[in-house]
Design a protein around this ligand. Structure first.
Ligand SMILES: Cc1cc2nc3c(=O)[nH]c(=O)nc-3n(C[C@H](O)[C@H](O)[C@H](O)COP(=O)(O)O)c2cc1C
Length: 368
């Protein structure tokens, strides 16, 4: 009996610890994330097995106190979210379940993981709530812990990812993939922090945050996406490069500088990038303050867009295209502007297939 109880407590502690570590996916990397994912579901099976009698009594119909009914609802919702998380874990898996074709959205996976962590905190807290005399204090603690868990998943994790990580990749493996035949080549234009920032050669992971280390060389996220697109359709690629003052090497300082530029509606000076020889331009840019970086605005305003197709690929730390598409429409007067895909920064090293898929939609009508 004692052994059973100890195993139950160990499985519970392990599950909470695994959930927290799993949220820090960007730091642990894919292999550990997938292995810990399996460990989580094993602990869950142990938890359900050990608590099966208690769970059965909890889920029994009949007259229940308000607290027990709430616990019931949370437990059922938690179970449903865990099942959905299990399916989405297989969907996003690259190592253990690469063949599983459903629910491959990383955004959905992150959302479900946050929901599971938050509900698990309430579920665990309710276990104590039903046993304590101090109901009000317990309810307050549970509400605070649940709010902290939700904030951890939705705000703190994206913040940490953006500010404190530098990811090493194998460049060739990330960039090379399926080729698409394109009759009239577009031009790929991208803007990235790298090359437009005063990095010292030994910039650490903090100042280099949101950058990649491709075969030991620093690389911007959008730069990698541009190389993927160029590999898929064999087209020209041009970078937007500042000619004047560059951004500071600290991530936070760059964020402040970019915010100032946005408020002042600045147009930083850039090397000319002409689109006159192309009917179609694929513009790849990071979201800065919910829109395009101001050097991208300079590029857009310096060109004549009449009759041109402008396709957009954005990268971001949480926020889709935000207002960048509307702003680009205003800046590139005359262009037909379409959104292709907005890719979360963590997903960029593995985004080659996503890039292929959206380019196929344009150039092959989705046919392979
Ligand atoms: C100045 C600045 C502002 C940013 N603002 C946002 C933002 O508003 N929303 C968001 O989701 N990500 C934001 N990010 C994160 C970047 O979009 C993301 O890290 C992107 O992948 C960086 O691409 P890069 O390495 O090619 O520059 C910002 C990054 C910087 C440097």
């Amino acid at each position: 009996m004692k052994m059973k109880k100890a195993a139950g407590v160990a499985a519970d502690i392990l599950m909470y610890a695994i959930m927290l570590v799993q949220m820090l996916y960007a730091f642990t990397g894919n292999t550990l994330h997938e292995l810990l994912g399996i460990a989580f579901f094993v602990c869950l099976a142990v938890h359900i097995f050990i608590k099966r009698g208690w769970l059965k009594s909890l889920l029994k119909a009949g007259r229940q106190s308000g607290g027990r009914r709430f616990f019931q609802a949370v437990t059922v919702l938690l179970f449903v979210c865990i099942l959905a998380l299990m399916v989405s874990s297989m969907g996003v898996s690259r190592m253990i379940f690469p063949w599983f074709p459903y629910c491959g959205s990383a955004d959905l996976h992150r959302l479900l993981a946050t929901a599971v962590l938050t509900l698990a905190v309430i579920h665990g807290g309710m276990y104590g709530y039903l046993r304590t005399q101090h109901k009000k204090r317990a309810a307050l603690l549970i509400a605070l812990a649940a709010a902290a868990s939700a904030a951890f998943g939705t705000a703190l994790v994206p913040y940490l990812n953006r500010h404190f990580k530098m990811v090493s990749i194998d460049y060739a493996a990330a960039v090379q993939g399926e080729k698409i035949e394109v009759e009239k080549k577009p031009l790929v234009v991208y803007f990235t922090r790298l090359g437009n920032t005063d990095f010292t050669p030994d910039a650490d992971a903090v100042s280099g945050a949101s950058l990649l280390l491709a075969d030991g060389k620093r690389m911007g996220n959008t730069q990698l996406l541009a190389d993927m697109a160029a590999d898929a359709i064999s087209c020209d690629v041009q970078a937007i490069t500042l000619t004047g003052e560059r951004y500071p090497s600290g991530y936070g300082d760059t964020v402040s500088a970019a915010g100032r530029e946005l408020r002042e509606n600045a147009r930083p000076e850039i090397e000319p990038v002409s689109v006159s020889d192309y009917d179609e331009i694929i513009l790849i840019y990071p979201i800065w303050w919910g829109t395009v970086p101001m050097p991208v605005a300079s590029f857009l305003e310096q060109n004549d867009w009449q009759g041109k197709q402008l396709r957009l690929i954005a990268t971001q730390g949480s926020s889709g295209f935000v207002s960048s598409t509307g702003d680009i429409r205003k800046l590139a007067d005359g262009a037909e502007v379409t959104e292709l895909v907005s890719i979360y920064c963590d997903d960029i090293p593995a985004a080659r297939q996503q890039i292929t898929d959206c380019l196929k939609q344009i150039y092959n009508g989705g046919q392979t």
